[in-house]
Design a binder for this molecule. Structure first.
Ligand SMILES: Cc1cc2nc3c(=O)[nH]c(=O)nc-3n(C[C@H](O)[C@H](O)[C@H](O)COP(=O)(O)OP(=O)(O)OC[C@H]3O[C@@H](n4cnc5c(N)ncnc54)[C@H](O)[C@@H]3O)c2cc1C
Length: 441
């Protein structure tokens, strides 16, 4: 299938850090047996925020041309795709037939290879776990030119190392996925307006018992006692009636990223959050939403990330155990205030207890909060390392590598103890800016 929507801009989504000196080759070269000289790294759509998709002075192996859906069995939902297929392409193919990916992130413009390498999660983690759980098998090309089909049964270590393995075990070229049946592409939703962080967490906890999808947008601005108020959005696939809505596989409105830049001043952000919060007047609002508006609301704006240019932004996403959730969030907010760190868009979600299949998969049971933090004069990655990471680590939590550009090697090694097993099994020719940062003590 043609028309992959891959961003050829070789920065990461946060436009930070800037890592120069990489050359680029298509994955087809490796398939012909032509291995890059020196170190290399597989590259998907570049929608990770920090430095996992970056390499300094090495070769990025891009998968944008590996974009074919090779086979789909509409009776069983098994789907064989090349690893550069975006999730949007898969949905374009399977939704009219009544199927859906089991796990989708906030954007559908990521590749299957990238989704596996970060073992991504969605709004349904509490009932479905991570993306990697639906990987039946994959083809892996290593720098010794070996090509193997990997399943959990036949190669348990390589399977568990590659799911959430940050691209370090080899180039995934083909993947077989298990999809799930859906009665409709529309989503029956409820938005619940909450007044405090305590209430937001309570509503999310209760909602998880009955709704397969849940997430909360939280307002971290304004008076401290109101911080964490927000809208809890829950949903499930509508039982019937909505028909098939063709997904757009091309994002639009790139100009918004530029026009929006002046409005990123803290006062505008505070106002914007207050307006968004106030727009919902009643405590509960029921609606039927398109799957795109529900799962991927930001995809309509191409390159919205450029709103944070020229310095870029960090996304800070952590998970902490359930009983530490409230206090950690309060401590993080106070630390951010003391350090004068800006608090912008924030999303709160509860991970369930389904185990992740990867050694380095991020999700663990508990609360996960993700915040956009623009880099500006006086706000540097070192601030997060110094002021926020110790709070998360002390509570038994950890940070999401897909979003990270700042954590120290000590933090990574303490919170991902399986990193030593990864160091043994990884492909010796593969590295990334992230891996070099977190393994150099
Ligand atoms: C708007 C937005 C919303 C998001 N929402 C979520 C969310 O809800 N949940 C979530 O978990 N994540 C979320 N993310 C993060 C995103 O899903 C992950 O970073 C994802 O891994 C990006 O995939 P990619 O194709 O862009 O891969 P890249 O960013 O290009 O690469 C990511 C990693 O995958 C490796 N990789 C890529 N392709 C291959 C391959 N073929 N073989 C081996 N390794 C490979 C790379 O080496 C790198 O380590 C979001 C990102 C954005 C921009």
């Amino acid at each position: 299938m043609g028309g992959a929507v891959i961003d050829q801009d070789l920065r990461s989504w946060g436009h930070f850090p800037l890592v120069d000196g990489a050359s680029v080759v298509p994955a087809a070269d490796l398939l012909r047996g032509a291995m890059p000289v020196g170190t290399w790294l597989p590259r998907g759509a570049g929608r990770s925020y920090g430095d996992v998709p970056l390499i300094a002075a090495g070769t990025l192996v891009t998968t944008s041309e590996l974009d074919r859906i090779e086979h789909f069995d509409a009776a069983t939902g098994r789907c064989l795709v090349q690893s550069g297929c975006t999730l949007a392409q898969i949905h374009h193919h399977v939704m009219p037939l009544g199927w859906h990916l089991n796990v989708v992130p906030g954007t559908q413009f990521v590749t299957v290879g990238g989704a596996i390498a970060n073992d991504i999660h969605g709004k349904n983690h509490h009932v479905s776990g991570t993306f990697g759980r639906y990987v039946i098998g994959f083809e892996l090309v290593r720098s010794d030119a070996s090509t193997r089909w990997i399943t959990a049964a036949d190669h348990p270590d390589l399977f568990a190392a590659t799911i959430g393995g940050l691209g370090l075990t080899g180039l995934i070229t083909k993947v077989e996925l298990q999809l799930t049946r859906i009665p409709s592409t529309a989503i029956t939703t409820r938005s619940i307006k909450t007044a405090t962080l305590t209430e937001t967490m309570e509503v999310l906890r209760e909602a998880d018992a009955t709704w397969p999808y849940s997430v909360a947008w939280v307002d971290l601005q304004g008076a401290f006692e109101r911080r964490g108020r927000g809208h809890v959005l829950v949903g499930r696939h509508a039982s019937s009636g909505a028909g098939y809505e063709p997904p757009s596989i091309v994002a639009r409105h790139a100009w918004l990223g530029v026009v929006g830049r002046p409005f990123l001043q803290p006062a505008f952000v505070r106002l914007g959050n207050a307006v968004k919060y106030g727009l919902q007047r009643s405590r509960e609002r029921d609606a039927v939403m398109s799957y795109r508006d529900f799962f991927h609301p930001l995809d309509g704006i191409a390159r919205w990330n450029s709103v944070y240019d020229p310095r870029g932004f960090l996304q800070y996403q952590f998970v902490v155990p359930n009983d530490a959730g409230y206090q950690t969030i309060v401590d993080i907010l106070r630390a951010m205030e003391r350090a004068d760190l800006p608090m912008y868009l924030a999303v709160l979600k509860r991970f369930g207890s389904i185990a992740s299949p990867g050694w380095l998969s991020f999700p663990q049971p508990g609360w996960t909060l993700a915040m956009d933090i623009p880099i500006r004069r006086g706000t540097e990655p070192a601030d997060l390392r110094e002021h926020l990471d110790p709070i998360v680590v002390a509570q038994g939590g950890r940070l999401y590598p897909a979003k990270d550009a700042a954590m120290s090697a000590a933090t990574f090694q303490r919170t991902y103890p399986a990193w030593t097993r990864m160091a043994e099994i990884k492909d010796p020719a593969i590295t990334s800016a992230f891996w070099q940062r977190v393994t150099s003590l």
